[in-house]
Design a protein around this ligand. Structure first.
Ligand code: SAM
Length: 287
């Protein structure tokens, strides 16, 4: 596997035998770069999720090129074909229906397999719904957690919801419109109605809206509405406890008392961790 390559001596794009990951708009077709248009117009072929979606971009910018479908259903079978094409010197652009390929879209596997073959991968960056929503939320955006779509299976879903409820960083979640109300109720249960959120709907499109400002308000807003369009949620992290340092001292004291009363360090840590909703190891290491 070839790990290092340098862009400093790159010739005109697109180059032979390269996989280009091309970011495309998440709604507004004008949100595409001239570099992306050049790549789409001049690569040997474009691998895309839904050819009808990609054709909309191509028609808008008068691009004609070879399209090959690469989606959730067929992606595993198509990887070796695409690698074969790259090895013969063809250049390929990978696009998804919207946004950055590889972010909750097929593409991840292709990129890892292509890199294992020592083939260069270059990203032409573009819009991403997660980042677009995050930066317009007004919530802390330099450190964040991206969860994508939450699992549907209860046990996995509850684990993630619990993590979201405890986390101090902003969390980004994707959701489909018909599952939004359920997600808001789940968030109410785990985070409480006062937790700040922003429901970003139809970003970059005509009916873009940002709904918040907390879980209770978002539930009320969507209560009697049929939710349509594309949805990204931004959930503010849990507030830091005001007296966190003091709590630490309190925890240490509680730990000592429990041990004095006869509990093992492990049992006492477990008990205090559960009581305070924090990791056992944090308490354990206070000793
Ligand atoms: N690769 C895409 C990206 O970079 O954002 C995400 C693809 S994922 C299959 C599609 C999900 O992204 C949607 O269900 C929605 O949660 C979110 N999304 C995409 N476009 C959006 C938009 N215009 N407004 C809000 N959310 C959007």
């Amino acid at each position: 596997m070839q790990n290092n390559f340098s862009l400093s001596h790159r010739k005109e794009e697109p180059e032979k035998g390269i996989l280009y990951l091309v970011g495309t708009p998440i709604g507004n077709l004008d949100d595409i770069s001239s570099r992306a248009i050049n790549i789409l117009a001049n690569v040997s072929l474009i691998a895309c999720e839904d050819t009808r979606q990609t054709k909309k971009i191509m028609n808008k910018f008068n691009i004609s090129n070879n399209l090959i479908s690469f989606n959730k259903e067929n992606c595993l079978n198509k990887i070796s074909k695409l690698i074969g094409e790259l090895k013969t010197g063809k250049s390929i652009a990978l696009v998804s229906d919207a946004g950055m390929p590889g972010i909750c879209d097929p593409g991840e596997n292709l990129v890892s397999e292509v890199k294992l073959e020592g083939i260069d991968v270059i990203c032409i960056p573009g819009a991403c719904a997660a980042i677009t929503a995050l930066v317009s939320s007004g919530m802390p955006s330099s450190k964040f957690i991206f969860e994508g779509f939450l699992p549907k299976k209860n046990i996995d879903r509850e684990k993630i919801l619990f993590e979201i409820s405890k986390n101090e960083k902003t969390t980004i979640v994707y959701e489909s419109p018909h599952r939004l109300k359920k997600l808001l109720l789940d968030l109410l249960e785990f985070c409480g109605g006062e937790r700040e959120i922003m429901v970003a709907r139809e970003l970059t499109k005509k009916f873009e809206e940002h709904v918040g400002n907390n879980i209770n308000n978002a539930i009320m807003y969507f209560k009697d509405k049929e939710v349509k369009g594309e949805i990204t949620l931004i959930i503010k992290g849990r507030k830091k406890e005001k007296n966190q340092e003091l709590n630490k001292a309190d925890l240490k004291r509680d730990l000592k008392e429990l041990i004095k009363a006869g509990l093992s360090l492990s049992a006492a840590s477990k008990y205090l961790a559960k009581k305070n909703g924090i990791k056992k190891s944090i308490i354990y290491n206070l000793n």
